[in-house]
Design a protein around this ligand. Structure first.
Ligand code: ARG
Length: 465
């Protein structure tokens, strides 16, 4: 049995069972909310002063006390107690220990229910901003590389079979686009995160004439939550964030998969810097793409957290339930995992070295310009279905004789279709094929350069906001 008095012990006649005390405590993981808890408490105190619940002096004492506690925590001098259950009661108890009577007044018109919901939202808002900065860094790296590689030709794939040649820069810009949507989704999610629960108290609001709009303004929230029951109970904002995070991890996992394939000897499209790879303890020749492999693997835990949070919420009656304490570990791990994965990718991107010859040679192997030949025939009046058939035969001839389309003779080609002229060899080259897809969103190197330019302008606008 524990002997430490609880802040809520008044109605209890027995002490908490020692195991139950440890089982129900959250301080081991929610102490990372401390800076936001303090920030929220300082704003709450300022509002209580404004409405006359705290005197000027009490507010000052409380604020100074909380600032000192912030220092203790930052210096690692704060002694966290499981007996005080969570971050909120640890800080409040320490405040009263430090400043006496005034500290006991801080919790007026407030409950841990609206306090914790506020803390989590302040935390998540801060983390979303950090994550967005990492996405922007990764996107900038992609644009730089895409611009350098606008003229680099690689095979584009469908079904992982060579399909049509594309600019490597264009391929990289596909990743840029996915990350743009990811960033927009996070910004949109942030709007719903940035609503203040404080003032909802336990569930029904409070008898004190709180100025919630004032507290919201002090904390940089867009507005106070409009319904007290909703404010303390829902964690949909955490689910939504984790869904956004899952999509980003899904993208990073696909991106990882390509990097892993491309570094293999079979593809040999790129080199990753040694600093981002590791060796094998037994095979001396090995250089493994560990960073992308880990990122691919870590997508699983984030998807898992999304399921955890959805399941956590799905049967909860209004309003607050202790279940909600279980929101923190999945959310924190999602934030950490996502930020670290983005950071690794952003750090790695400027060091990705393409093997241009290898990409080019590979694009030459799979009859990648077959569609160009079909389009050429269509321009000479052959219906597309017939053109498809003719080119199919040309490909078969190529396979049988071990040659690419560009290496078939004019006579051989004309035997398949008399409309073919000597100009056909221009469109059968990889360069000609890529250059010909010269429209908005296409792979022509000029389009890639224009897309990079536009994307840079967009990023500059984003940086201003
Ligand atoms: N540690 C709790 C949580 O994370 C704080 C809120 C506790 N409220 C309560 N009524 N027991 O949800």
């Amino acid at each position: 049995m524990s002997s430490e008095p609880k802040p809520w012990a008044g109605r209890f006649t027995e002490a908490t069972d020692a195991f139950v005390e440890a089982f129900t405590a959250s301080v081991d993981f929610d102490k990372r909310l401390a800076p936001y808890d303090i920030q929220g408490s300082i704003a709450h105190a300022a509002m209580l002063k404004r409405i006359g619940v705290l005197s000027e002096e009490e507010c000052q004492i409380i604020t100074q006390g909380l600032e000192q506690i912030r220092g203790e925590i930052e210096r690692g001098e704060f002694s966290w107690s499981v007996k005080l259950e969570d971050v909120h009661m640890n800080i409040e108890a320490r405040l009263t220990e430090r400043v006496g009577e005034a500290g006991k007044k801080l919790h007026t018109g407030r409950s841990r229910n609206d306090q914790v919901a506020t803390d989590v939202r302040l935390y998540l808002r801060h983390e979303i901003d950090r994550i967005i900065r990492e996405i922007l860094r990764l996107q900038t790296g992609l644009l730089d590389l895409a611009e350098r590689e606008a003229d680099t030709i690689m095979p584009g794939f469908t079904h992982l079979q060579v399909a049509q040649p594309v600019s490597f820069g264009h391929h990289l810009l596909a990743w840029y686009e996915m990350l743009s949507r990811d960033r927009e989704r996070l910004l949109d999610c942030r709007k719903r995160v940035n609503i203040m629960p404080l003032g909802a108290a336990a569930l029904a609001g409070t008898t004190f004439p709180l100025d919630r709009f004032y507290t919201a303004e002090l904390l940089g929230f867009d507005r106070p939550a409009a319904n007290s029951l909703d404010a303390v109970s829902d964690r949909d904002f955490a689910v939504e964030f984790t869904a956004c995070a899952s999509l980003i991890m899904m993208h990073l996992s696909r991106f990882s998969e390509e990097l892993i394939l491309w570094t293999s000897a079979q593809f040999d499209f790129i080199d990753l810097p040694d600093a981002f790879c590791t060796g094998s303890s037994i095979m001396p020749q090995k250089k493994n793409p560990d960073v992308p492999e880990l990122v691919r693997g870590k997508s699983g835990r984030v998807f898992g957290h999304l399921m955890s949070l959805l399941t956590l919420m799905k049967s909860q009656p209004l309003a607050y339930n202790k279940d909600n304490q279980e929101d923190k570990e999945p959310l924190f791990d999602t934030v950490d995992t996502l930020r670290n994965c983005l950071r690794a990718f952003a750090d790695m991107m400027p060091h990705v070295r393409p093997n241009r010859d290898s990409m080019y040679n590979s694009a030459q192997k799979g009859y990648a310009t077959a569609t160009d030949l079909a389009d050429y025939l269509v321009r000479r009046g052959v219906p597309f279905r017939d053109a498809h058939e003719i080119v199919g035969k040309a490909v078969r001839l190529g396979i049988e004789t071990g040659r690419d389309l560009a290496h078939l003779s004019l006579t051989e080609l004309q035997r398949l279709s008399a409309t073919i002229g000597p100009d056909v060899f221009e469109i059968l080259t990889l360069e000609g094929s890529v250059r010909a897809r010269n429209h908005f969103g296409g792979t022509a190197p000029d389009q890639v350069r224009a897309a990079v330019k536009q994307a840079r302008q967009r990023l500059e606008e984003v940086a201003k906001t």
